[in-house]
Write a protein that binds this ligand. Sequence first.
Ligand SMILES: Nc1ncnc2c1ncn2[C@@H]1O[C@H](COP(=O)(O)OP(=O)(O)OP(=O)(O)O)[C@@H](O)[C@H]1O
Ligand SMILES: [Mg+2]
Length: 214
Amino acid sequence: MRRVAFVTQKGGAGKSTLAACLAVAARAAGERVFLIDLDPLQSLCGWGWRRDCDDIPVVAAPPSKLEKVLEELAARGITLAIIDSPGGDGAAVDAAIRAAHICLVPARPNAFDLVAGEKTLKKIKERGRDYAFVLNQCPTSRQNARIEEGMATLQALGVLMNPLVATRVDYQEAARRGLGVGEVNANGAAAEEMRALWASVRKRLGKKPRKMAA
Ligand SMILES: Nc1ncnc2c1ncn2[C@@H]1O[C@H](COP(=O)(O)OP(=O)(O)OP(=O)(O)O)[C@@H](O)[C@H]1O
Ligand SMILES: [Mg+2]
């Protein structure tokens, strides 16, 4: 079972939105997916309650129980666990990073999110986990020089997930209705982004995992 964690100290960067939408895209691609919500605010659990289908279960867990939950899911034949974490840098974030094969760090294309992401990155690196930024809520119009510059730097470092995720109403609609963007509009640009994001994550997970530090 592969473990993907969404982490960043910065609130509102898109952890819960992307966790839910990536889960639906991965499920559509044949994975058996389970979502774990480490955020006491339980945004992802709320998404699960609004979802009129039990194909992607969501469970809330305290950080101290995360490993046990993951072991149980693996034993049940789940192939992909996606972990959502709160903003900040508390025990839940530590647990998510420790548990993950890859940490996805959502960041809006602005200096505040990227700098906050770097702080989270320090922790990820200390643990020796693989990671990549997901640039989220990017403008849909032509990318401006600022974004392209930031992208080029991250790409050169091999730490930018493809594709860029744009600001789109489908993401908000999906969150509101407990859906994935592919279920809001299967032919929409957001659906294509999430299919592509899952393809990138799967490819990256397919690589030999880095040695997991304790
Ligand atoms: N690509 C997107 N397009 C449009 N809206 C988005 C997108 N990504 C996220 N949002 C919106 O941005 C807001 C914050 O997203 P979300 O709750 O997923 O962030 P978060 O990182 O989980 O926040 P928190 O740290 O508070 O848990 C939400 O209102 C969500 O609908
Ligand atoms: Mg959240």
